[in-house]
Write a protein that binds this ligand. Structure first.
Ligand SMILES: NCc1[nH]cc(CCC(=O)O)c1CC(=O)O
Length: 281
């Protein structure tokens, strides 16, 4: 197969994880996205949902690629009707983590970098001795900025650390406070619904990852969320806990609730949306 992905080191590692499950020989096509080209401006200035994936998905749609491997978190909730997320896997590394500078001393006020409005909001609310600053770039760039002394610590995804820096120290942040972005840590494979490779791709799916994915996607669709919205959603398919951290102007709802089915999760989300007057914004 011709498999497309972003040119970042993380994207290539994730694509290799996919081809290892898939087996066989494949051509990997690296694509530089709009989000990769502009490394300075905050993401919400460059443009909305799908910044890192839309061009790649268009190539899958046109038949230039047989499939594409994405970070689940980067996929917009609305896809072209002819495309489908056929396989999802690796669901467990969903946490946010903090990585501290190696030579850090003392425990006073700390300068913390993050590139996500959700993480910024959660730090402001829950980590009162951390001052938060913007931080752009791919994972290697962000860690370089940390090591160069620009920050005392940076917050990023556990999945990125596990896959790219398995021997570097980090601290896991509690998911009931730092509720992650929907799909965080999950690897998602997209192809055309009528792809001749549909069944081969489907075999790589982890059914537990699929449970997590379906709940988080449904809820993120209900709230019409992109990653520029400071909302967190996590469903743990093993504990059956659903976490939601929804911020709408001055209104905040943070919950942990046990739900057993997609329908129950959807009902919780619709009720939260209703009582927050979400539709008015
Ligand atoms: N926001 C960009 C992005 N998209 C996917 C990952 C990492 C992999 C993942 O969490 O799925 C990251 C970096 C980060 O959140 O620090």
């Amino acid at each position: 197969m011709k498999i497309g992905t972003r040119e970042s080191r993380l994207a290539l590692i994730q694509t290799e994880m996919f081809t290892n499950i898939l087996g066989g020989n494949h051509e990997i096509v690296k694509i530089r996205s709009k989000g990769d080209m502009d490394r300075e401006r905050p993401l919400k200035e460059i443009g909305g949902q799908g910044l890192f994936v839309n061009e790649i998905n268009r190539m899958v749609l046109n038949g230039d690629l047989d499939c594409a491997v994405h970070s689940g978190k980067d996929l917009p909730t609305i896809l072209n009707k002819e495309l489908e997320v056929i396989s999802v896997f690796d669901w467990k590394n969903y946490h946010d983590v903090i990585v501290f500078r190696g030579d850090l001393e003392g425990t006073g006020r700390m300068k913390i970098g993050t590139s996500s409005p959700r993480r910024e909001e959660q730090i402001r609310k829950h980590a009162k001795n951390w001052d938060v600053f913007g931080l752009r770039g791919n994972i290697d760039t962000r860690l370089n900025k940390l090591d160069n002394g620009n920050y005392d610590g940076i917050v990023l995804s556990e999945a990125a650390m596990v896959r790219m820096y398995p021997s570097r120290d980090y601290e896991i942040l509690d998911e009931s406070i730092f509720v992650p972005a929907p799909g965080q840590g999950i690897i998602a494979v997209i192809a055309r619904k009528d792809s001749p490779n549909y069944d081969d791709i489907k075999i790589t799916e982890d059914p537990t990852a699929r449970k997590r994915w379906d709940v988080e996607r449904r809820i993120s669709g209900i709230f019409n969320m992109g990653c520029s919205v400071p909302n967190g959603i996590l469903y743990n398919p093993e504990t059956e806990f659903l976490y939601m951290d929804i911020n709408i102007r001055e209104n905040v709802i943070s919950i942990r609730i046990k739900v057993r089915t997609l329908q129950e999760a959807e009902m919780v989300a619709r009720n939260v949306k209703e009582i927050m007057n979400y539709g008015d914004y």
